[in-house]
Design a binder for this molecule. Structure first.
Ligand code: DAH
Length: 342
């Protein structure tokens, strides 16, 4: 091939290669193929040595012109490529400020959690500490130590789920009282919230529900202290005008035992559907800690006395928020749950 043909051929090759280039990186490779140290044009320039001296100036001119033309072609194409790449980048990064924002809906506390937090904060304000016992208990803590031995008729008050002869799902947070009194000497002032289990299932009962237990043991504690504390609690939960009353009742672990009613916060005590016309609503069980229970935990009942109380958290939530079916508290339906805000 003579030089002119070679030059033409190279020019054509450059044109073909450039047309196939898609990125700055591949352009650089093409550039090296022709203008790099061992590139085709560079090789051609090197071959000048073999040409007779009188032909060199003319050939040199032609080859330099070729190199310059190639460089210009590459530079121009690079400019165009950069512009295209920039345009593409801007298009990709474009933000449509007119698209409506996506918002994450606010979460809400479950009504049980709301009541639990409220109760904890009321009682913490009175100096109670939190103690959480285990949900799987043995017979001793759940019953026997609470003055409810094996053949005691009061065991029938709660339908128990047994896991083994001696192991059960606790039926009451009262079990925690014993664990605390065994390990701590008075003064004791604890609050024990947690899940409890009973084989019971209807609109106001569930096999799993939550209770909140309270226990105060010290020298000179009386039923009056219990009444005073409950008055305070009822006013904070149900409203400042609410009164409390104690009705005699029976629990094996308290003596005397009481059922605590609050005056109906819906009708002010005149009688309505909520209080079934009585003007009063039962909210919890309580009493003075039975001396046999104190004794069993190594606390001298002649030196110390105490009171205890226990309430169902779902029951308080249902009363306070006017929820008529307990199942709503366990179904997790967000249409129900999102109605409750702090
Ligand atoms: N544990 C009882 C229950 O589940 C509630 C209760 C009543 C707890 C009287 C107490 C109490 O601490 O003194 O029905």
């Amino acid at each position: 091939m003579d030089v002119n043909e070679k030059i033409k051929h190279i020019e054509q090759q450059i044109e073909n290669a450039v047309n196939e280039v898609e990125s700055s990186k591949s352009l650089f490779e093409v550039k090296m193929r022709f203008l790099g140290k061992t590139g085709e044009i560079s090789e051609l320039l090197k071959s000048m040595r073999e040409v007779p001296p009188e032909e060199r100036p003319t050939l040199g001119k032609v080859l330099n012109a070729l190199r310059q033309k190639a460089e210009e072609r590459f530079d121009a194409f690079e400019k165009k490529l950069k512009q295209l790449e920039l345009k593409k980048k801007y298009a990709e990064e474009k933000i449509d400020v007119t698209i409506p924002g996506s918002c994450t809906p606010d979460g809400a506390y479950h009504p049980n959690t709301l009541i639990r937090n409220e109760l904890v904060s009321i009682f913490a304000g009175m100096g109670f500490e939190i103690f959480e016992g285990p949900e799987i208990e043995n017979d001793y803590y759940n019953f026997t130590a609470l003055n409810t031995p094996k053949d005691h008729p009061a065991r029938d008050m709660q339908d128990t789920f047994y896991l083994a002869e001696d192991l059960l799902l606790r039926t009451q947070t009262s079990a925690g009282q014993i664990r605390v009194m065994e390990n701590k000497k008075p003064p004791i002032k604890i609050l024990s919230p947690g899940k409890v289990y009973r084989s019971d299932d209807d609109a106001t009962h569930s096999p799993m529900f939550s209770q909140m237990e309270g226990l105060v043991v010290d020298r000179g504690i009386t039923l009056c202290d219990l009444k005073g504390m409950l008055d305070e609690f009822a006013k904070k939960i149900f409203g400042a005008n609410v009164k409390t009353r104690l009705r005699p009742s029976y629990f094996p672990f308290t003596e005397p035992s009481v059922e605590v009613d609050v005056s109906c916060f819906e009708c002010g005590g005149n009688g309505c559907r909520l209080c079934k016309g009585t003007g009063w609503i039962e909210v919890l069980g309580a009493g003075m800690v039975n001396r046999r229970v104190l004794e069993g935990c190594g606390i001298d009942p002649d030196e110390y006395t105490g009171f205890a109380f226990g309430m169902g958290i779902e029951r308080i939530a249902m009363l306070k928020y006017g929820i008529n079916n307990m199942k709503l508290l366990f179904e997790g339906d967000t249409r129900f749950l999102k109605q409750f805000k702090d």
